[in-house]
Design a protein around this ligand. Sequence first.
Ligand SMILES: *[C@@H]1O[C@H](CO)[C@@H](O)[C@H](O)[C@H]1NC(C)=O
Ligand SMILES: *[C@@H]1O[C@H](CO)[C@@H](O)[C@H](O)[C@H]1NC(C)=O
Length: 474
Amino acid sequence: SAMALFLHFGFFLLLSFDIAGPARRDVLELADADFDYLATEHETMLVKFYAPWCGHCKKLAPDFEKAATKLKGTVQLAKVDCTANSELCARFGVTGYPSLKIFRSGRDAGPYDGPRSAEGIVQVMKKQSGPDSVLLRSNSDLEQFVNHYEASIVGLFSPDSSRLSEFLKAASLLREQFRFAHSSNLSLGQEYNATGECVLLFRPPRLSNKFEESVVVFSDYLTITSLRRFIRDNIFGLVPHLTVENMERLRVKDLLTVYYDLDYVHNVRGSNYWRNRVMLVASKFRGRGLSFSVANRKDFEAEIQEEFGLGPDPGLPVATIRTRLGLKYTMREEFTRDGRSLERFLEDYFSGRLKRFIKSEPVPEKNPGPVKVVVAESFAEIVDDPNKDALILFYSPLCQHCKKLEPVYAQLASELSSDPDVVVAKMNAADNDVPLGYDVQGSLSRDSQTSLTPDTSSSSSGGTPRCFQASRET
Ligand SMILES: *[C@@H]1O[C@H](CO)[C@@H](O)[C@H](O)[C@H]1NC(C)=O
Ligand SMILES: *[C@@H]1O[C@H](CO)[C@@H](O)[C@H](O)[C@H]1NC(C)=O
């Protein structure tokens, strides 16, 4: 009958999914019973300890799967469901979900601190596979090693050198961030005018340019600290490629970034076309305390629009500056091919002529409640009033703790409303830039699932703001 046929067809479909499903999965599932047996088979393995109900775990899952597929054959990715395998999760001290740990031949080799995007996991874990430092014998070994998407650090030491062991120690500490190799063939340095023992830093070939050397030689006294400093000071060069993975390291400085359709995988030449224009300008402003970078606009689209208030992609590069302290500037003029407009932007920046960009909701027309609504643009007027003490609550509209505090805060405000010298206020810190000096912690992004602990800073008249951290009762 038609019914029977239908059921049959349904069963067939289910069956074929069942067969295709596990075959596509590249993440190994481990349990209390088989972890020790299976884990020792893998030289390097990244294990995700998770709980099925956890939101961050669900968010990570597709990236983790994607990374597993890309890393297949190099590094094994695995997962442990802690709700079903409590013994394992207790043994490895898992206290939050998801927890990521690196294992070497079944042994816990420490937490994974890298980025959680598919690409980030791939990059970090690739560096985790194989030896800390690759042994090179000849010039062709060297050429092959340094011809890579990323920078390379190569140590040249005589076979029994004491510096070699220091270099290898540094490599084991820093391998997650950089690629290391070494050789006892000192003649490999000749091409770079390096005689004797030294460390060579090769910037990625895709970023080679006529404004700076592609290879930097380090021949000072080698310690882990001195090597780390040398790498930090030289690895990025004049105009590095800013990515989601390296942005934290680059943003410790005042940083100008030029965003465009940069793509060093498919279009090296086009990517360097604009970068070379930035380099030309950057080389004129060297040594003035501002660092430079270029980035793929797509990687930072949300940030460009939400934090810098720039419109949709105009099809030309756009430039922003973000200082260490969080001051933001955007280049308003169109980016010109001769770099002149960028140069004018920088001249204005250094002469203090630029107006800061401040993200703000519109100032409310009426503000009648006991809790005054403050936005970035009205902050100075309301909170910094020298004749009044102000208590301000920074909150995020999505934060549950904040919602709980709301009635308590409103009650406090109405009790204090008879005092003309006191202002009780609140500011949505997700949609308004918090002024400098107010150390608001917590994740404020709109799509973040973590909730923000309300930060209540009290700003007394004329004084510096202090954070209110006592109990949250009236
Ligand atoms: C050192 O490298 C050079 C250049 O590749 C090569 O000609 C030479 O044979 C190497 N020496 C040794 C001992 O491997
Ligand atoms: C090596 O030194 C020579 C002579 O000083 C110089 O001409 C050459 O440009 C240098 N090469 C590199 C790669 O620095």
